[in-house]
Ligand binder design. Sequence first.
Ligand code: ADP
Length: 395
Amino acid sequence: MDERTGLPVVTMIGGGQLARMTHQAAVALGQSLRVLATGPDEPAALVTPDVVLGEHTDLEALRRAAAGAEALTFDHEHVPGEHLRALVADGVAVHPGPDALLHAQDKLVMRTRLRELGEPVPPFAPVAEVADVTAFAAEHGWPVVLKAVRGGYDGRGVWVLDGADAAQATVTELLAAGTPLMVEQKVALRRELAAVLARSPFGQAAVWPVVETVQEQGICTEVLAPAPGLDPARAEEAEELALRIAHALGVVGLLAVELFETEEGLVVNELAMRPHNSAHWTIEGSVTSQFEQHLRAVLDYPLGATATTAPVTVMANVLGGDPAPGTGVDERLHHTLARFPEARVHLYGKAERPGRKVGHVTLRGDDLDAVRTRARLAADHLSTGVWSDGWTAHP
Ligand code: ADP
């Protein structure tokens, strides 16, 4: 507890944009988020006064960050399980706990467990040699999707293989580099959805409306909330599925269930147990944001309402421009705010590199196409300094 305020201290491991936006929510609850950051320039370290510098792979640094905190949680999945077990043994309230978190760290463990639970997952198999991939493809057909079992994000760690030659080359190289691999069927997906909820240690859970996540080259570019045209029965199915998974795995805090929608129904792709890009829209688009809800959940506070605040909310990610924009971020921000006064802009304080998530924009309204067009224009302008519709402020 912070003696000055009488309010709890939550530690977040990792100082990225998720920690930065969680700190923003912590401020409203009277708190200040403590973060373990690897350097003072990380997005969250730039804004919270309570920064512990160190590596998430260093148990001693984790212990320093946990000292005196009511709960310890995460901005990413990369803390080794044995360190988390050591913290639990010290008496630290680690949320989600290591047994739950394992299912967000290891795709093979996750797929195996969900299949055991009877939840829908694509056919998959572990890969120890090239022959495992060719045998899988003989049964399920090419192309197949090869995945790094651990450590992938934003599509890094995902390879689509269209035949035996590609499998030979890619699998040989990755196994030689020591990357643990699995293979799965390439799902004929209509689109990608996400069901996001929070669950508290008490067992209370609250789920947001299911959203559509638009991906380009493995990176989420837009989130449409709620998912347009989604059959209400399928939306309910997705919410129930996410709730079942959260309870079965004992998740505490946020759980994002990334889903594929196919002709036949829903299939689970990924689990994330932390605030997630697919729910950034909740900052403006829901009564309770995912960041506040995550704090409430890990502190075992009552959860907040998850109703929407508008018929349509669209979040568009701001990716680092390629090539780098000719104007500075301040100038691009100025012009974006001038053209779209209703846009809510979130910049993460990160150096811009091509394709890197450096911010996002959220717009709300009644008409999906209109809101989406404006969100896209605003985010693209922040990325590139160019109005993609040719608009000019000074005709
Ligand atoms: P990461 O952990 O890097 O985000 P994901 O497993 O979520 O990786 O995959 C990234 C993207 O690759 C997904 O959003 C989806 O577009 C595509 N993808 C992944 N697995 C499959 C699959 N089995 N079939 C079809 N597309 C897939």
